[in-house]
Design a protein around this ligand. Structure first.
Ligand code: NAD
Length: 461
């Protein structure tokens, strides 16, 4: 473990800065070797990671594999495959006035990064941003969430065993350690978590003029049009919503369904919950638990006074909350004002597509948005008349499987992005370079200025 208390944090930052100054992290060879180690660390310890995720969240084997373990190995493979290309200068045109010459963007590492992760996908949300920071040639401090304590402990144990300890360190802990970390100067901070702490991170970063990437959340809408294939739609929504018991930043937060298919949609969704998790979801080995009793009580509290049509049961001791459907909640209720981040799915209806679009646009810009429809006009209207970090048409969160799609929010759901080349670019400075030759030193730009020189300049640009 690198840091047991906040006192050692400045020393760790100094160690990483000294490493960065040696230039060691700049070579493609070092980066690729370390990336291979990230993959090895994750795959060698699959069983330990799975067990930690189960202890923290009751996460089942398949969800641990797809969303945390294979997610990282795929991200590493993609990064290694493209790294040398990403590192190359990116040529741009050079104007006539600067000829002969060439212009390009030269990616260069930023220095020492800070990565603060959230608890819901506690391995992925720290290691995937680190893959990006590492690929760009940075040193980094990793701060996993203290709420997923088993995964945090395991990360602190494994990182020094597999990775270059002069270039990366894990700092465990909560507010005290994060506060101390944020006093330090970093060259980039990537934070994943809620809006309130996002503001704290951004304020602290401003003190050092450190750029930030904020991966936040929000209420992600899901529009179900009457033309949608309902059987496929409910399977995909149910999978996306109740994976990790709804504790997924891109899970549908609420449904907007065309009124004419409301009953059929609800019936099929109810049947799908039983298909997936049985009559007693509490007994399903595939159904996760809420991270802690504070969040359990918060989610249960959202159900007060609501029209619960499915589920609604909870057990504080095991932090279980059943897959729950709420029909037509008051848009002003806390359920519809706060990000749910749990297994409760409100269902609201609309009559015209414009109503659904208007409802979405009245709220903060979401992290994700989904529209299920065979009607191109409906899809087009929802897609082009609203704003969201990421969108999936006719599926839920499958954009996460494509490394060529950057992942990030807009407005209050975040700023900046990562994943694939977007991650490499986030942790790089694209240095703008123009190289000129000594040839053709035409003197029209030099004083003394004359009418003739100005005229010629005007002709050239
Ligand atoms: P959390 O409680 O784990 O907090 C996130 C991180 O912030 C932790 O590492 C924590 O130690 C740190 N932190 C807490 N208080 C702090 C403080 N005062 N100063 C500095 N750091 C502090 O996670 P959370 O906030 O409950 O996360 C849930 C939110 O995260 C949801 O809104 C969800 O949508 C969002 N989220 C977003 C993404 C994404 O990729 N965009 C992914 C997962 C979760």
């Amino acid at each position: 473990m690198d840091a047991k208390n906040a006192n050692s944090i400045p020393d760790i930052v100094t160690r990483l800065r000294n490493t960065y100054a040696t230039g060691k992290t700049r070579s493609a060879q070092w980066r690729i070797q370390q990336l291979q180690q990230v993959k090895k660390m994750t795959l060698d310890n699959e069983e330990k990671i799975r067990a930690a995720l189960e202890a923290d969240l009751g996460k089942c084997q398949q969800e641990a594999w797809t969303a945390e373990i294979s997610y990282i190995s795929t991200e590493v493979d993609h990064t290694i495959k493209h790294l040398k290309k990403w590192m190359k200068p990116r040529k741009v045109k050079t104007p006539l006035v600067a000829q002969p010459g060439k212009s390009y963007l030269q990616p260069e590492p930023l220095g020492v990064a800070l990565i603060i992760g959230a608890w819901n996908y506690p391995w992925q949300l720290v290691i995937a941003p680190y893959v990006a920071a590492l690929s760009a040639g940075n040193c980094a401090i990793l701060k996993p969430s203290e709420l997923a304590e088993n995964t945090s402990r395991l990360m602190a144990e494994l990182v020094p065993k597999y990775l270059d300890g002069d270039a990366v360190a894990v700092v465990e802990g909560g507010v005290e350690e994060s506060t101390e970390l944020l006093k330090q100067r970093f060259d980039h901070i990537l934070y994943t978590g809620g809006e309130a702490v996002g503001k704290i991170v951004m304020r602290a970063a401003a003190e050092h003029l450190t750029p930030v990437t904020l991966e936040l959340g929000g209420k992600s809408p899901c529009v179900v049009d009457k033309s949608a294939n309902l059987d496929v739609t409910v399977s995909r929504i149910a999978w996306c919503k109740w994976m990790n018991a709804g504790q997924t930043c891109v899970a549908p937060d609420y449904i907007l369904v065309d009124e004419s298919i409301k009953e059929a949609f609800i019936e099929k969704l109810q049947a799908k919950i039983t298909d997936f998790y049985g009559e007693q979801p509490a007994d399903s080995k595939d159904y996760a638990r809420i991270i802690n009793t504070r969040h359990w009580a918060r989610i249960m509290g959202l159900l007060d006074g609501q029209n619960v049509i499915t589920g609604g049961e909870g057990d504080e001791q095991t932090r279980y909350i059943a897959p729950t459907l709420v029909l037509e909640p008051d848009p002003e209720s806390t359920l519809m004002q706060q990000e749910i981040f749990g297994p409760v799915l409100p269902i609201l209806t609309y009559r015209k597509t414009e109503e659904a679009v208007h409802f979405i646009n009245q709220r903060s810009k979401p992290l994700a948005m989904y529209v299920f429809s065979k009607d191109k006009l409906v899809t087009h209207a929802v897609l082009h008349q609203t704003s969201a970090g990421n969108v999936c048409v006719n599926d839920g969160m499958m954009f996460m499987t494509n490394q060529d799609l950057p992942f990030g929010g807009v407005g209050t759901s975040g700023m900046g992005s990562y994943c694939g080349q977007a991650g490499f670019d986030t942790f790089s400075h694209l240095k703008a370079v123009m190289e000129r030759s000594f040839a053709l030193d035409v003197d029209i730009r030099y004083p003394p200025y004359t009418e003739k020189k100005l005229k010629m300049l005007k002709m050239m640009v």
